[in-house]
Design a protein around this ligand. Structure first.
Ligand code: AMP
Length: 215
C-alpha cells in the first residue's frame, strides 16, 4: 500500500508517520529526512540545499525525484508512507509515472489539517532526536522530554531544526499554499483524498487507521 501524507507545515505528518509505522510496519519515505541526511555530506550541494531549506523554499523537483526513486528502488516493497512528498503538482505527476512504471500506484492521500496558530507553536517549539528521530515539543505537556533537551529513549541531546523559526514558518506556509495545496484538488479528482484534522493526536491517528482499514 502506498500512502501519501499531505499537510501544511507542522500539521503532524512526522508524528502520524511514526505511529503508522509502529502499528503497520510501513517503510517511511520522508523527503525532509532524506534531505537532512544529505546535508551531513557538507559539500557544495549540501550547502545549497541547506540555504534553500533554511529559507523555507522548496528544493528542485529533479533532486527530490531522484532521492525518492533511489529510496524506493532500494527498499523491499511492503507498503510506504510518503511524508512531505509530493509537494508540487510536477512531483505528483512524475511520481504517478514512476509508480506506474513499477506496476504500482498511490492508494490514498491523507490530507492532515490543523489551524495555523497550532501549527506555529508546533514548529517553534519542536525539538528532535538526531538518533531515533523522535519529535518533542517544549510548548505541549505531553510532548516535553522528561529531562530538558535529552531524548527519553536514546539519552542523546535533542536538536532544533534550522528551519523551525517563526520567520521560516511563515515562508514555508506561503510556499505550501502556493505549491502544495493544489495537490488537495489533484488527489480529490482522482477520488483518493481523505481529510483528517489533527488537533488531538490520538483521535487523528484513530481516524487514519479507520480510513486505512476501510480501503
Ligand atoms: P519537511 O521535513 O518535510 O518539513 O521538509 C523540510 C524542508 O525540506 C522543506 O521546507 C523543503 O525545503 C525541503 N523539502 C522536503 N520535501 C520536499 C519536497 N517534496 N519538495 C521540495 N522540497 C522539499
Amino acid at each position: 500500500m502506498n500512502i501519501v501524507l499531505l499537510a501544511p507545515p507542522a500539521a503532524g505528518k512526522g508524528t502520524m508517520s511514526e505511529l503508522l509505522i509502529k502499528k503497520y510496519g510501513f517503510t517511511h519515505i520522508s523527503t525532509g529526512d532524506l534531505l537532512r541526511n544529505a546535508l551531513s555530506r557538507n559539500d557544495e550541494i549540501a550547502k545549497s540545499l541547506k540555504e534553500t531549506m533554511d529559507a523555507g523554499k522548496l528544493v528542485d523537483d529533479e533532486t527530490i525525484l531522484k532521492l525518492v526513486y533511489d529510496k524506493l528502488s532500494s527498499s523491499d516493497n511492503k507498503g510506504f508512507i510518503f511524508d512531505g512528498f509530493p509537494r508540487t503538482i510536477n512531483q505528483a505527476i512524475a511520481f504517478d509515472k514512476m509508480l506506474s512504471d513499477m506496476d504500482n500506484k498511490v492508494d490514498t492521500a491523507i490530507y492532515i489539517t490543523v489551524p495555523k496558530e497550532v501549527a506555529l507553536k508546533r514548529t517553534t517549539g519542536r525539538i528532535t532526536c538526531p538518533s531515533c528521530k523522535r519529535i518533542y515539543n517544549i510548548y505541549f505537556d505531553n510532548l516535553r522530554p522528561k529531562n530538558s533537551n535529552i531524548c527519553d529513549e536514546c539519552g542523546v541531546e535533542l536538536i532544533k531544526r534550522g528551519d523551525d523559526s517563526e520567520e521560516v514558518f511563515e515562508k514555508r506556509y506561503a510556499t505550501y499554499l502556493k505549491e502544495t495545496e493544489p495537490l488537495v484538488n489533484y488527489y480529490q479528482e482522482k477520488g483518493i483524498l481523505k481529510e483528517v484534522e489533527n488537533i488531538n493526536k490520538e483521535e487523528a491517528f484513530r481516524n487514519i487507521t479507520t480510513i486505512l482499514e476501510n480501503l
